[in-house]
Design a protein around this ligand. Structure first.
Ligand SMILES: Cc1cc2nc3c(=O)[nH]c(=O)nc-3n(C[C@H](O)[C@H](O)[C@H](O)COP(=O)(O)OP(=O)(O)OC[C@H]3O[C@@H](n4cnc5c(N)ncnc54)[C@H](O)[C@@H]3O)c2cc1C
Length: 384
């Protein structure tokens, strides 16, 4: 049974999907259990992904990347997340937020910051969430103030949960540059912040129960100074640029859900066909067969919706609505499939070295990041 079948994937995205599968089979799946246990950043696998031309390749060809579009990034995501979500997240976050700089940055910013990421010499990340604010993008408190004497921006505040906050070379940082209560969506701006800037401090957040082969940071900006030209786009446009970016990114997060749901289904299928009780395999019980049938049906519906959404996002056809529907459906299918897969594993479900136990913990995360699913439902309602 081929769950991540090619037929639904537009033809032009199949080649990179096959490359991603080959890479996953060689580098991700065989290391998944060990890397989950160790909870270390997978530097060597990231490097292999850069050498294979699969990391940060959403960046355009003129800047050294392959210019993979959202459908192609989705095809890569489902393959990698099926193999292991923690390692996959580390690989996919290497260019998180770079798209905003590519679309709205100056030529100088693109050459200085994007080219090294596309060429595999640097990695980046996107710093939005804060210790006291997550879902409310217009409520973020980190500030950036202009110092006209030195022609710099001065950042103060904290960020939390930031992928590559420790490992990255620079980040796209979302900070408050205004305080207009009548215009909550015009108070923030985006900046390129090198992680070696004075006043930038980052440490890893405490151990996580899921996606352990990915690392996130707690960042403190203490009078962190960056050149005036590191503003991305125009002052006050940060909220709008970010909202547009997430419309895009969320359909790839749906791919995280698809990969995880496929992993849960495969594990459940294999287990119930091998485990015997009452003198037969448990797959002979109709209740078990129905459980698997429901998992498969939900998986296929989610995948159909997600690929449809990806094409809508690519074509700019009501992207926010489609990305939010796909993200909600696919990530919740992953939690449902993991829950059923655990039940079918009986007591063995809680053995920590089991793939199903890993998947069960990993599925908790895509229902939250890039906007909790409640926020997605708000978007679906409003945009319907
Ligand atoms: C592994 C991981 C990696 C991450 N990587 C990054 C990263 O690289 N960069 C970054 O900036 N952030 C990152 N995040 C942060 C992530 O985007 C936030 O966790 C997410 O936006 C939710 O914010 P919060 O955790 O503060 O939850 P809160 O905003 O405090 O929300 C908690 C819960 O309250 C409910 N809720 C909140 N608002 C509403 C509402 N309006 N309506 C109904 N219910 C609501 C939901 O159930 C929600 O789950 C990451 C998070 C994780 C777990």
């Amino acid at each position: 049974m081929e769950l991540l079948a090619d037929d639904i994937v537009p033809e032009y995205a199949r080649e990179v999907k096959h490359e991603a599968r080959e890479f996953a089979e060689e580098y991700i799946a065989p290391n998944a259990e060990e890397r989950f246990r160790e909870a270390e950043y997978p530097h060597d696998i990231l490097e292999a992904g850069q050498d294979a031309g699969l990391v940060a390749q959403d960046i355009g060809e003129e800047l050294g990347g392959r210019g993979l579009d959202v459908v192609q990034m989705l095809a890569v995501a489902e393959e990698w997340f099926r193999a292991d979500a923690g390692i996959a997240l580390s690989l996919q976050l290497a260019s998180f937020g770079a798209e905003i700089v590519e679309k709205y940055g100056t030529d100088e910013q693109k050459e200085e910051f994007l080219r090294p990421v596309a060429e595999g010499d640097q990695i980046t990340g996107l710093a939005v969430s804060e210790p006291d604010t997550g879902s409310d993008l217009s409520g973020m408190q980190t500030t950036a103030e202009r110092d006209d004497e030195t022609d710099e921006w001065v950042l103060n505040g904290e960020k939390y949960w930031i992928g590559n906050g420790v490992e990255g070379d620079w980040l796209t940082v979302y900070a408050r540059t205004g305080d207009d209560e009548d215009n909550r969506y015009g108070n923030h701006s985006l900046f390129v912040v090198p992680t070696d800037a004075e006043g930038y401090e980052a440490e890893h957040i405490p151990e996580k129960m899921g996606m352990r082969a990915s690392k996130q940071a707690h960042i403190v900006f203490d009078d962190c100074r960056i050149p005036a030209e590191n503003l991305v786009g125009s002052e006050g446009a940060g909220f709008m640029l970010l909202a547009e970016f997430f419309n895009h990114g969320r359909v790839v997060v749906a791919g995280h859900g698809l990969g995880l749901a496929a992993a849960a289904f495969e594990e459940a299928w294999e287990f119930v066909h091998g485990r015997e009780e009452f003198g037969r395999t448990i797959a002979d019980f109709q209740a078990v067969q129905h459980g698997l049938a429901d998992m498969r049906t939900e998986f296929e519906s989610s995948r159909a919706l997600t690929y449809r959404a990806a094409e809508k996002v690519r074509d700019g056809d009501n992207p926010g609505l489609w990305a939010a529907m796909a993200k909600t459906k696919a990530t919740e299918t992953a939690t449902d499939c993991a829950e059923q897969g655990m039940q079918f594993h009986g007591g063995r479900s809680i053995l920590t070295d089991r793939r199903i136990a890993r998947v069960y913990r990993d599925v908790r995360i895509p229902v939250v990041y890039e906007g909790a699913n409640e926020i997605q439902r708000n978007l679906v309602y409003r945009q319907s």
